[in-house]
Design a protein around this ligand. Sequence first.
Ligand SMILES: [Zn+2]
Length: 674
Amino acid sequence: MDRPSALQRIKKLRKLIAYHNERYYQLDDPEISDAEYDRLMTELMELEQMWGEESGESTDSPTRTVGAEPLKKFETYPHITPMLSLSNALSERDILEFVRRVSSQLEPEKPTYVLEPKIDGVAVNLMYEEGVFTRGLTRGDGLIGENISRNLKTISSIPMTLPGPPAASDSNIVEVRGEVFLHIEDFKLLNRKKASEGKPLFANPRNAAAGSIRQLDSRVSAERPLAINCYAVSGIDGPGFESQWEILQRLREWGFPVNPLIRRVETVDECVAFFRELEATRKEIPYEIDGMVIKIDSLAQQRRLGALSRSPRWAIAAKFAPAQATTVIESIDIQVGRTGVLTPVARMKPVSLGGVTISHATLHNMAEIEKKDILVGDTVLIQRAGDVIPQVVKSISSKRTGNERPFSMPERCPSCGSPVYKNEGEAAHRCINMTCPAQTLERIVHFVSRGAMDIDGIGEKLVRRLLEAELARGPADLYYLTFEDLLGLERMAEKSARNIISAIENSKRPPLSKFIYALGIRHVGEDTAAILADYVDDINELAVLPRERLCEVRGIGPVVAENVTEFFAETSNRETIDRLLAAGVRPQKEQRTAASSLAGTTFVFTGALNRVTRNDAKKMVESLGASASSAVSKSTDYVIVGKDPGSKFQKAQELGIPTLNEDEFLAMITGENE
Ligand SMILES: [Zn+2]
């Protein structure tokens, strides 16, 4: 894939995933399976990784905003009052600017300010109905959050009832907002425990708090000493409160933990002084703070200032400068990821940064190393900004002694010794060997998965056990497993072993397209595999097809062609395929499939449709791997002509493009779907 089409694809995927997120989370009416969803997500993550910063501002990418899988199982509810997020002040000048702006808008009144440390945790919303805690939600998108009530109940400092009914609104629902966090000491203990259990560590207290509060099993949350600070109330009407300061006092009276460092001040100088004080003393605070929140104290003044769409005008989050330090890169190692990507990792002289010892940081890829002008032995500036993992900002070339040496990516995979490939226009170097030890797990799991060889009863767990027992080094080994091999595994019942053997046996005549997909050739998804399977008679024909011939196949671009030829050029992959065939695997040439015959074609609609909406028609087209375009051109394949067609119909006739009426179109599309 070249750069423009990759960036376009990223854009499209982000949109698509956002759409499906909405269907899933907010409408509770998903349109695609979890597996399909995961495929979109994986593709996006890979593209973003490959194109890095070029893929644009990615903080709002669904790969960042949507959490791990189990989150899907939390119920979601709307917040009664939206949870706004604060605009950021990134320097003292921004603070001055904020104060200047609000002061001028409030003239002639003089505002007072409430200053609160900004804890780096997870924002939550606690709902009390008739004074009783009924529900707790994560912030979610600000409008709708996940129901984490059971986990919040494990935090003993959250009162379950409010003493004496507050002056509540008609609904009698009061919302209390707070930040859930972990103390640094508790975070360290938790990581020490995880380390002793051989489990992956949390990157920082914020991630640990987020991971703990979003546990599906509330017993796990209960074991984590989560803390909370509360700072806002909504749903209280009229004379209830007049100021933010009063709210904080009342929250304290009601039994909510309120940060002891809060302060009320009257001048901008005091705001800046407290900001500096917090920044200077943050290391002594037993939890992580990443800045200070400034709020206009008077609620009447807050109302006058109002809010922008997602953030109030009466408050701002002033962030501390990211923690930075310098250290020396001692070496650059290569990690081979589960998907074969080679990632350079800087091993550095350990240095303390924001209270954490840093000794390594990913350098992402060769292009990144070149861009940052990094040599082995260089003194570099590193930073941990907010909650992100440490990153190398740049090298400090003035500190060079002449002993530094340039780094280059290895020509062979450090895990298996196979040649390393890099696609033109892509940043990543990869190993494409099907039997590369670093990738075996992923390769076999993909190979047996439903869209691929669809071998029942073999999942990731079993694959792990096979690897541990050294019974498999690659997908082909599955077909050489014996009943006795399986019985030799711990906790393997005779019946399961027999079932697995027969499932493997039954998978020996896969459709050719599934077999091709199962090989895990980069950029060859199910649709592309179907196109390839359609074009060739058997796998051996595909294996020797020159790149130029592949490029001529409709729906196959130069990148896919390159990846396919590279894959089959790799001797170890040919060996794997030979071993599969030798074991009796016989991929079956299929009839033309839906995906293959319309995939890659372009439709244009003109005129009104009767039986389906234009939108549904487009979706049907897209579901077959084809696309709908708005203008007729030489590359249009079909023009669908409804009632009262426009000029597109004429254009189609001029260009000699086939036209179909609605019935013909639906017959073709639904026929394809069967
Ligand atoms: Zn390898």
